[in-house]
Design a protein around this ligand. Structure first.
Ligand code: HEM
Length: 192
């Protein structure tokens, strides 16, 4: 069974270095049974054993976060960055090798977020695998998934709850009024 590594523990037991824009991970000699992922290879394509998910999360967190405006400054042939699904890729050295040509990458860089352009081409798993070597950072403030509901929004479950509780009060109120009427009638007829 796979076990997750607690990130702070992993941080304490490992050494992270930056080299040529890549994050190089070096495993410490010290290792406890479940806390330490087995890193069989260092470098951007490090092979991780136990705790793979947490370790790669840590790897991602250790990458620098760039603001979209900072990323947009790197959109030339000599210095080209792409932001795809919240990650930043330095494709400068890859432009000459890109099967889709330099121009496609330059245009994508100039257009801001290149996620849609990248997906529309229908890149293969080979292309996705190549991206790991080009990864240099994350996009600041990027959030995937559906937008969170803002304060005050009534969720469908809450709406349903409100409806059913108002149904109960609609039944109880006349009953209460009837009880008060009976009590008043009894008081005036027998006690007053
Ligand atoms: C880091 C980012 C990227 C990598 C590593 C990459 C890699 C590749 C690779 C390996 C191929 C060959 C086909 C395949 O294996 O899918 C390819 C084709 C192509 N790519 Fe990219 N690509 C990247 C980003 C982009 C972006 C942002 C665009 C923008 C439109 C783009 C446009 C194309 C086009 C037009 C082709 C040719 C498709 C064809 O002729 O069938 N690529 N890319």
């Amino acid at each position: 069974m796979r076990q997750l590594v607690r990130i702070p523990d992993f941080a304490r037991h490992s050494k992270i270095q930056r080299s040529k824009g890549f994050v190089v991970m070096a495993a410490a000699e010290e290792s406890t049974q479940w806390q330490m992922p087995q890193i069989t290879k260092t470098g951007p394509d490090a092979e991780l054993g136990l705790g793979h998910e947490a370790a790669s999360l840590f790897l991602l967190e250790s990458l620098k976060a760039y603001s979209p405006s900072e990323i947009s400054l790197h959109a030339s042939q000599k210095d080209c960055w792409l932001s795809i699904h919240g990650k930043v890729y330095d494709v400068t050295g890859f432009m000459g090798e890109h099967p889709g040509g330099e121009e496609a990458l330059l245009q994508a860089a100039a257009g801001g977020d290149a996620s849609q352009a990248f997906e529309e081409v229908g890149h293969s798993s080979t292309a996705t695998a190549m991206m790991k070597d080009l990864l240099i950072g994350t996009v600041e403030g990027y959030s995937s998934g559906p937008p969170k509901p803002f304060f005050g929004t009534i969720l469908p479950q809450q709406e349903a709850k409100t409806d059913s509780s108002s149904g109960v009060s609609a039944f109880l109120l006349p009953l209460l009024a009837l009880a008060v009427a009976v009590a008043a009638w009894y008081y005036f007829n027998f006690l007053a």
